[in-house]
Design a protein around this ligand. Structure first.
Ligand code: ADP
Ligand code: MG
Length: 619
């Protein structure tokens, strides 16, 4: 077979945000397992000694490498998986950065043995701290074996940072579970210190879940299947009565890639609402398939976070699919999601005679009378207010001047901002002053400016607005907090608790008020002004996951991380429709920012196009 690896052009390499690939032994295990999957292996073995501190080895029976490829594979940005930046938008492989092997070889002793099927002999390469110590022809089975010893041998600080064997092994097992769950069609084996920890034969998905988590799991799984234009869902949720106290058995895979998404997790929680005991968490193993073009995997170096084009819609579909399954399998008492409870027949009324219903008619209603329409619409919007209100409120997060809006104000505003049909005789001038913004595909806000037009990315722009607001509060150390009527209790694992405790002071400066209620339960009595209560768990989970993914010894600022994380959780999502008034407010708030041009993660927030640009296009 011909050599297939080639160097990526520099600009593509730069485009792929470089990041620290290896944080701990588990990151090595993950990268090697993923390479084996990308090599189409049918059987993959993971061998670990002393929680990976002494040895991490992955042996696969995949396609192997030629001698030249074997050598090239250790070069930075050397990959066979993408060739242009465009390919980033249609990824089908796990890897694509071409930096895992290079990074690992720079900080460990690595031994690679690889052979392709048609070759008689394979290649052996030994590298220590990026230095090639040996390369020779060797006898080895078809496939690849990569053996990583003495991780961080040349970075003592990193080595000392490693946690106990128990903790590091836990991380490796977690990675192993994630990869194995995403690929039930591949056989996986894992050994630790010479004994077999997992033996997972090729199987269907249910069997894979059972093989990993134990036989008792089988009867507790409820299948979830849904297929829509934008999203295909398949997998299982655990029956509510078996919900766990911890969040360890929650798995989302997007296009076979494990991801963490506090936002989507929230949609599952809301589907289980009312079915579980307080403080317990649903278990789920869900595979989501979306068009690769609609996601961006490249936003995080360790790639467990991805960005969806239309997260808002995914949230809704996921929630109703899970609800539907729970209903169908007779787990949820109510089949119809939004059924009016008043229509249920209470049992002791069953044999009563029906009385003639009275019909209420609003006799004063005149559809042609503008004022009446307004009050009806107000009523409507107050009964369906929940979501629009929270969106609206979140627009104001961090902007105290408007922070004291009451619910009534919101519904009024909502009505005003509903599109009015302009009379035919309205003159143009008047229209112009009325509408200066327009929302495109629930994603961009288009606004007219003097020189032409401006197009804002609503999610990024809002992140910037929120970020600066939070940063201000955090540095001035005074935030407005809104007290909760009923304290909110949330449960976390002990490592998560540690993270929260470390950030407690900073969190308080954003407006959170909380105390430890019992070992691993915190009680929240106050939240930042206009942060809806329903979003609190998303914010904290996102924050914990952001801290966990932070490179351990880089001196990151907790304040900045907190502001970034919270603005990410609370910003209007792409896919979310917002009223014209909200649009205008967003535009104005963005330009009141110190750095309106980029999002907190340095992505462009808006572009402009001048009338000249248009003129040129119309030649
Ligand atoms: P990436 O996976 O992002 O391409 P890596 O540094 O992990 O980057 O690997 C570099 C290249 O080495 C891969 O593109 C692939 O061609 C080759 N490679 C790595 N591991 C294996 C393996 N187990 N089997 C076959 N080829 C491999
Ligand atoms: Mg790789």
């Amino acid at each position: 077979m011909a050599d297939i690896i080639q160097l990526l052009p520099d600009h593509v390499a730069n485009q792929i945000a470089a990041g620290e690939v290896v944080q701990r032994p588990a990151s090595v295990a993950k990268e090697l397992l993923e390479n084996a999957i990308d090599a189409d292996a049918k059987t993959i073995k993971l061998i670990v000694k002393d929680a990976g501190k002494t040895l991490i080895q992955v042996i696969d029976n995949g396609k192997g490498m030629t001698a030249t490829d074997a050598r090239l594979s250790f070069e930075r940005h050397a990959t066979s998986k993408i060739r242009s930046a465009q390919d980033l938008f249609s990824l089908n492989t796990k890897g694509f950065r071409g930096e895992a092997l290079a990074s690992i070889a720079a900080i460990a002793h690595v031994e690679l043995k690889t052979k392709q099927e048609q070759d008689e002999l394979g290649t052996l390469i030994e590298i220590e701290g990026s230095e090639i110590k040996n390369q020779e022809v060797t006898v080895t089975p078809t496939g690849t074996s990569l053996c990583v010893k003495h991780l961080f041998f040349n970075i003592p600080a990193r080595r000392n940072f490693l946690k106990s064997n128990n903790v590091e092994l836990r991380h490796i097992v977690d990675e192993f579970h994630r990869v194995a769950l995403a690929h039930p069609d591949i056989e996986f084996l894992m050994y630790h210190n010479g004994s077999e920890s997992f033996n997972l034969p090729k199987s269907n998905y249910r069997q894979r879940v059972v093989n990993i988590f134990g036989n008792k799991r089988n009867e507790k799984l409820v299948p979830v299947e849904e297929e829509t234009e934008v999203l295909k869902i398949s997998g299982f949720v655990g029956k509510p009565e078996f919900a766990k106290r911890t969040r360890t058995e929650q798995f989302f895979f997007v296009n076979n890639r494990f991801i963490k998404s506090p936002y989507l997790n929230h949609s599952i929680n809301s589907a289980f609402e009312g079915l579980m005991k307080e403080g317990s968490h649903p278990t789920y193993f869900l595979n989501l398939t979306v068009d690769p073009k609609s996601i961006d995997i490249n936003i995080h170096p360790t790639k467990t976070e991805i960005k969806f084009d239309d997260e808002h819609t995914l949230y809704a579909i996921l929630r109703s699919a899970v609800k539907h399954s729970l209903g169908q399998f007779n787990i949820a008492p109510v089949l119809d999601f939004d059924r009016d409870r008043n229509l249920d027949t209470p049992y002791n009324f069953e044999n009563k005679r029906a009385s003639t219903p009275t019909v209420e008619v609003d006799r004063s209603f005149n559809p042609f009378q503008a004022e009446k329409i307004e009050s009806r619409s107000n009523r409507l919007s107050s009964s369906y207010k929940k979501e629009p209100t929270s969106q609206w409120e979140s627009l104001y997060v961090g902007l105290e001047s408007k922070g004291t809006k009451t619910e009534n104000d919101f519904s009024e505003v909502q009505f005003e901002s509903q599109p009015e049909t302009p009379s035919l005789f309205d003159d143009d001038k008047q229209l112009e002053t009325k509408q200066t913004t327009y929302q495109l595909h629930n994603k961009y806000i288009i606004s007219t400016i003097k020189s032409g037009m401006m197009i804002l990315d609503q999610h990024r722009a809002h992140q910037r607005v929120l970020y600066e607001g939070f940063l201000k509060h955090l540095t001035v150390k005074e935030a407005v907090s809104q007290q909760l009527l009923f304290p909110l209790r949330l449960e976390f694992s002990s490592t998560e608790m540690e993270i929260l405790q470390n950030l407690k002071e900073d969190l308080e400066h954003t407006g959170f008020v909380f105390s430890v209620f019992k070992d691993i339960i915190i009680e929240i009595t106050g939240v930042p002004i206009n942060v809806p209560e329903s979003e609190v768990s998303i914010i904290l989970e996102q924050l914990i996951s952001d801290v966990e993914q932070e490179v351990p010894d880089s001196n990151f600022s907790a304040t900045d991380l907190l502001a970034k994380s919270m603005s990410k959780s609370l910003a209007i999502k792409t896919g979310q429709s917002i009223s014209r008034l909200e649009q205008e407010h967003l535009v104005n708030s963005l330009f009141a920012c110190k750095e309106p041009t980029v999002s907190p993660t340095n992505k462009v927030t808006f572009i402009t196009m001048s009338v000249d640009d248009f003129d040129k296009k119309f030649i």
